[in-house]
Design a protein around this ligand. Structure first.
Ligand SMILES: [Zn+2]
Length: 633
């Protein structure tokens, strides 16, 4: 089809065929469309261009079309058109050239100026013709609108489907899709039973980490779906990890609910790595699509909701209640394991347990108790560190500290003065060398070269010293201003009062602690019954001290009442060792799940005043306590 708009002046210039697809995926999938684009070359020849004057620009293959900035092919096209070298620009659908209106209008504008025609499979437009120009403009607008509606339609379509529970996404392990697309329980009995067991364990312990520990101790793996390209979706058994267990406990699908939109992508926090918006998890009440009883479940909905609450309490991330709890875990975030060097995490217990928080080496968090390196009750450790802080910040020690600081300041100032003098000297020498160089007759080349070399040397040395001097100045930056000194002295007098005030929250205390302490290394293994603390102060000093672990039962677990009653009934009749053996035979275990020993029996008997045999007549160990049943004398 020849057009009256095409003139020989156009045909003398080049015809450019612009080929583009958006993504590498499209390039592979839409071969047909690509072929159609290449056929445009024949069309250009049919319109009267000699084959040598037809050029295909396809550099943009595989680049996304939202903006032309990164598309060199498009830029090349625009610049060629601008130079008046192009008679015709051909593309599949005129507006596909640029998916962005500003690109498109820029091209129409430039084509209009240089008298270049724009054509597609069916028509040729002249941007100088007002009608064609309007048409091209409308095409561009429609194209952009189409892109927008396409996106919206896709998005809305997803939500519409999701609201009806029909949107398909990969099912979690434990479910398979039925022939009609519905969710069915996995026919694999082992998979189903293992999932049931996970929920059962959490029912029992209410702490995800303990579920992991139990699974690992019993050598029970968790089913999971392969996500690698190879064998995608096939069943795999993997050792239980905390993240896998938490994922299962957090997934509402197991409670029979069809949920969509759990994550909100509209936040303002961006990932520092990718720049993308960081999604955040919405609470159950905020889920936009939540269809209960959508499919067969592994646990009741009510239990699922309760589990979420428990998980939230145990997990001290994201400002949950754990962080706010009073008097607990001051060293959160600054404690380091003295055995393996890993960070030490805080484990909070349910409020009903009335137990102090614990410091647990992070290895424990990752692999359950089977991999625990060490753990300890937080309270005595916190108390010792707090005491050390108050001691270190007492007026007396602060006086000393300030005096030391003054000394350091003086040293630094002296060093600085020396360096400054040195620098002055170097600068003087450089100036001198320059003057000598200037004074020499340029004709005397040998002397000139030597003097120039010396002058350069002096300049280099001056530059070197300048750098050193700048560094020294920076080092001296930390000296205290009079205001800061006053603030510190004031604080030191008031610190104990501030620290102990009821209005001071744990958060405040943590902040105070971090002002003075860089990290605390904990070692609860090297000395039995004791914990070694190494405090690394911000000043660079390291102090160490030892605190006693709390005696069993004081703040921690209690031996079961039945076991204690049995011990009481046997006390006085046989030796500690015999009692221990008797209880072990009867299947009793200590609070920590270990067999009884001579020591544990001895401890309980002494604590309860039921020591066998050796009781002195007249002493009345039972008088002070009515809690425990006592052996008749
Ligand atoms: Zn460790």
């Amino acid at each position: 089809m020849s057009s009256a708009k095409i003139q020989s002046t156009h045909q003398e210039r080049m015809a450019y065929v612009y080929v583009r697809q958006s993504t590498p995926h499209q390039v592979i999938e839409h071969r047909e469309s690509t072929e159609r684009q290449y056929h445009l070359r024949e069309r250009a020849i049919g319109l009267g261009w000699s084959p040598g004057r037809v050029e295909i620009i396809d550099e943009d293959q595989g680049r996304s079309g939202s903006t032309a900035v990164h598309r060199t092919g498009f830029q090349r096209l625009v610049s060629e058109v601008g130079m008046g070298k192009v008679g015709l620009v051909l593309m599949l659908e005129a507006s596909r050239l640029a998916r962005n209106n500003s690109d498109w209008y820029r091209l129409i504008e430039i084509c209009g100026l240089s008298g270049t025609l724009i054509g597609d499979e069916t028509a040729v437009y002249s941007p100088r013709d007002p009608n064609d120009r309007l048409l091209l403009g409308v095409k561009g607008t429609i194209s952009e609108a189409e892109l927008f509606t396409l996106r919206t339609r896709l998005y809305e379509g997803r939500w519409n489907k999701a609201r009806k529970g029909l949107l398909q996404f990969p099912l979690p392990i434990g479910y398979v899709r039925g022939s009609d697309g519905s969710w069915e329980l996995d026919p694999n009995t082992q998979v189903r039973e293992r999932l049931h067991y996970v929920f059962e364990l959490f029912r029992l312990h209410a702490v995800a980490r303990i579920v992991v520990r139990d699974l690992r101790q019993q050598g029970l793996d968790l089913p999971t779906l392969e996500i690698g390209r190879e064998g995608y979706g096939s069943l795999l058994w993997k050792a239980a990890t905390l993240s896998a267990v938490v994922r299962i406990l957090h997934n509402p699908a197991y409670a029979g609910a069809y949920v969509f939109g759990r994550w909100d992508y509209s936040g303002s926090r961006h990932s520092s790595k990718t720049g993308k918006v960081l999604p955040h998890l919405l609470s159950v009440a905020q889920w936009p699509v939540n269809l209960l009883n959508h499919h067969a479940s592994y646990l009741e909905w009510g239990e699922f909701v309760k589990n979420q609450e428990r998980l939230r309490q145990n997990w001290n991330h994201e400002g949950g209640r754990g962080v706010e709890r009073e008097g607990n875990a001051l060293l959160q975030g600054i404690a380091v394991c003295g055995l393996c060097g890993q960070k030490i995490g805080v484990q909070h217990h349910a409020l009903t347990e009335r137990r102090s928080s614990s410091y647990v080496c992070q290895r424990g968090y990752q692999y359950g108790d089977s991999g625990v390196c060490q753990s300890m009750t937080a309270r005595p450790v916190d108390a010792a560190v707090a005491a050390a802080l108050l001691e270190a910040a007492s007026p007396m020690s602060l006086q000393v500290a300030i005096r030391v600081m003054d000394q350091i300041e003086q040293d630094l100032a002296e060093k600085q003065r020396q360096q400054q003098m040195q620098l002055e000297q170097a600068r003087y020498e450089a100036r001198l060398a320059q003057r000598q160089y200037d004074a020499v007759d340029p004709a005397n080349r040998l002397v000139c070269a030597e003097l120039e070399r010396r002058w350069n040397e002096k300049l280099e040395r001056a530059a070197e010293l300048e750098k050193t001097y700048a560094r020294a100045e920076q080092e001296a930056q930390w000296q205290l201003s009079p205001e800061e000194r006053a603030a510190i002295t004031h604080l030191s007098r008031d610190l104990p009062a501030i620290w102990n005030a009821e209005t001071t929250t744990t958060q405040d205390r943590k902040r105070l602690l971090r002002m003075a302490i860089e990290s605390v290394q904990l070692d609860g293994v090297s000395f039995p019954g004791q914990i070694e603390l190494q405090i690394r102060w911000r000043s660079g000093v390291i102090t160490s001290q030892i605190v006693n672990r709390p005696v069993q039962g004081e703040w921690s677990l209690k031996t079961s009442a039945e076991a204690v009653a049995r011990i009481h009934s046997l006390a006085g009749k046989s030796s500690y060792t015999d009692i221990a053996e008797q209880l072990n035979r009867e299947g009793f275990r200590t609070a920590f799940g270990r067999p009884f020993t001579h020591q544990t029996i001895c401890y309980i008997c002494r604590r309860d005043g039921v020591a066998p045999g050796r009781r002195r007549p007249g002493s009345s160990p039972t008088a002070d306590s009515s809690k425990h049943k006592k052996v008749k004398l």
